[in-house]
Design a protein around this ligand. Structure first.
Ligand code: SF4
Length: 252
């Protein structure tokens, strides 16, 4: 193997502590290929040394960081701007304590739904627990010396299966004054899958977010924007690719 010398260490480090996840979301490999994932075997000392001078350090990959029992061991004492994406279902108890003890700077909560029905369909997780955890975290954050840390964001991969619930997530985020970033998926797979809530068979078709649904997509985004505007909030962003249109983190 040929090694490359670099003049300075990288300032932005992304390291996946695990590919294991406690969910099997319909658009994710964890649904159609549910086995074969593992925690990182790289030693925390190695990663801490690499990330010690990073100006931004993220811990997530294709899994849930909080399933790793030793995820905080990877964070160097000197690291700044450390954060990760989480599905939020394990954000309680000791894991919640560690968010504040390790001074996590940002958290992106991937939700992918704005109603319990859409959540059951695309994620199959516990909707009530999710919002208990989120509200518990926000309440705890409000008591901190820096009440905006960790900086919080909700995210949603907008698909045909959850498009109708876009306004629902906008409302939940507006009520909590948290930013939402709506993303689009690229073209992908089509397959039949049991509904994650066990309710029959759901034909998941990524192509379904197609051009025919663009008017409905735009109507949902407009409704979300109206909800935010009525509450005098400017907390919704649209990022991604949708059939010829490119959105670059545009405010809705
Ligand atoms: S939470 Fe993320 S990593 Fe886990 S199954 Fe869902 S999309 Fe995949």
């Amino acid at each position: 193997m040929e090694l490359t010398d670099i003049a300075e260490p990288p300032t932005q480090i992304a390291f996946a502590v695990t590919d294991i996840c406690n969910l099997g979301c319909v658009q994710c490999s964890h649904s159609y290929q549910p086995t074969g994932y593992r925690h990182s075997s790289v030693s925390p000392e190695v990663i801490r040394a690499i990330a010690a001078h990073a100006t931004r350090f993220s811990l997530h990959g294709n899994g849930e960081v909080l399933t790793h029992p030793h995820w905080p061991d990877y964070i160097p004492e000197t690291a700044k701007n450390v954060g990760f994406s989480s599905n939020g279902l394990l954000l309680k108890g000791r894991s919640l304590d560690l968010i504040f003890e390790k001074k996590i700077g940002w958290l992106s909560i991937s939700i992918d739904a704005g109603t319990p029905e859409a959540y059951a369909k695309v994620r199959g997780g516990d909707w009530k627990l999710l919002w208990e955890n989120i509200d518990g975290l926000l309440a705890r954050r409000s008591q901190q010396p820096e009440p905006c840390v960790p900086y919080m964001m909700f995210t949603m991969c907008v698909m045909r299966a959850n498009m109708a619930s876009v306004p629902g997530l906008a409302k939940l985020a507006v009520e909590r004054n948290v930013i939402v970033c709506f993303h689009h998926l690229n073209h992908g797979l089509t397959y039949s899958t049991p509904w994650n809530d066990g309710n029959g068979t759901f034909v998941y078709n990524e192509q379904e977010i197609g051009e025919a649904n663009l008017p409905f997509h735009d109507a949902m985004m407009l409704e979300a924007k109206t909800i935010a505007a009525a509450a005098k909030r400017n907390n919704l962003y649209l990022n991604g690719r949708f059939f010829g249109r490119q959105y670059n983190n545009e405010p809705l």
